[in-house]
Design a protein around this ligand. Sequence first.
Ligand code: GLN
Length: 197
Amino acid sequence: MKIGILALQGDFSNHMAILEKLSVETILVKTPEDLDVDGIIIPGGESTTISMLLESSGLYGPLEVLLKGGMAAFGTCAGMILLADSVVDGRSDQVSLGGIDIVVRRNGFGRQVASFETNLDVSGITGGTVRAVFIRAPVVEKVSAAVEVLASVNYSFSGLASRPVPVICRQGKVLVSSFHPELVGEDRLHKLFLERI
Ligand code: GLN
């Protein structure tokens, strides 16, 4: 098994460290020639910048085709935005790869100062809670019936009563989280992703 990590911008090296710890063969994906892989990780970072670089590197078209063909993918934060079938509050020229039938609102939890951390119970993950770091994270506004929600947080938006917001979603071989497991060395979401390949 060989996993590609999209390495155009963002915290791809943290994902690489986790896969190396799990003894998984990895390649940093920078050009279409690097796409001979069994699955792809799209890191956190800035989705508008990654979008621009996807186009200029020639990766956008080939990657979109592979995802439509059912390639496994794991996206964290900006990676969730790029894998969502629908994005609200994106930049008008921002492209999406698609892959999971959710609607996300970019920066929906607010600005950098509204970043937060919490502990999550995650369906399918044993051995304690998952530490979740949210940095200008996307908010999942809608999930289709085909999507499993593996974890949610209760969040109060602008003083309203708190409501559960999905923060880990999966559809088939596509897994997304609105936070950064890779930043705290958490490897159990990566294992969930790898199990489906
Ligand atoms: N707000 C960023 C974006 O729009 C995502 C932030 C992150 O990946 N931590 O892409």
